[in-house]
Design a protein around this ligand. Structure first.
Ligand code: B16
Ligand code: MG
Length: 212
């Protein structure tokens, strides 16, 4: 594989903030009396906060104004950020940390490509605030995955040809985004696995070291 840079999704790949997203959306949905479960939650992976809210509101019995929706999104984000305060470097697995360090030793450029506006806060919590060569996140983009924008910006920040970038993703929307950006798409966990668009399924995070 001709690859010089690896762009990692954050939520569901580097760390498991997905359980906190679920808890925070569930609290909001329960308060509003809207049915929400883990299956619906899977559709939120890699999707922006407002687009996630729209998916949840598909089950609502009334419609809400834009102002109300913005307030709901803020309420969810406040709950989510409170949960993120519980995270620490212990939430980064040895496997992920050692694999990242080995990739760096082998000379790959390493970046984050996440839809989350909380990316830098999360990286700080798990001790990776200054580790990556570039970060492209929800604060850089106008369109979330499956649009390729976040990965294109990550490649630009690395000064790297997209064709030489591999993306590691847990969401089908992320695999679609990587392919649309002209990158190699590596699926790990989630609905990315066997979605039919990936170039390769990773058995584990550390199997990156065998594939690259
Ligand atoms: P925030 P990723 C995505 O992160 C999450 O998978 C998705 O569930 C979330 O809605 C999105 O970030 C926005 O997050 O509300 O923190 O801005 O998988 O692209 O790293
Ligand atoms: Mg993800």
């Amino acid at each position: 594989m001709n690859c010089k840079a690896v762009i990692f999704d954050l939520d569901g790949v580097i760390c498991f903030t997905d359980k906190y997203h679920y808890q925070a959306w569930k609290a909001l949905a329960d308060r509003l009396g809207i049915y929400f479960d883990e299956v619906i939650n899977n559709r939120l992976r890699g999707v922006s906060r407002m687009a996630s809210l729209e998916i949840i509101l598909e089950r609502a019995e009334k419609s809400y104004t834009e102002e109300e929706k913005l307030a709901f999104a803020e309420e969810k984000n406040n709950t989510y950020r409170n949960l993120l305060k519980n995270m620490s470097p212990a939430d980064l697995t040895d496997e992920v940390r050692e694999t990242l360090e080995e990739l760096r030793r082998r000379g790959y450029l390493l970046a984050i490509g996440s839809s989350s506006k909380n990316t830098r806060f999360i990286l700080g919590q798990i001790g990776l605030a200054t580790f990556f060569d570039a970060i492209a996140d929800g604060t850089d983009i106008t369109r979330s995955k499956p649009d390729p924008e976040v990965f294109q910006i990550a490649a630009q920040k690395l000064w790297m040809d997209p064709a030489l970038c591999a993306v590691v993703e847990d969401a089908k929307a992320g695999i679609q985004a990587a392919k649309a950006a002209g990158m190699t798409a590596l699926a790990l966990h989630g609905d990315a696995e066997n979605c039919g668009l990936e170039d390769c399924n990773l058995a584990s995070f550390s199997s990156l070291l065998d594939i690259l």
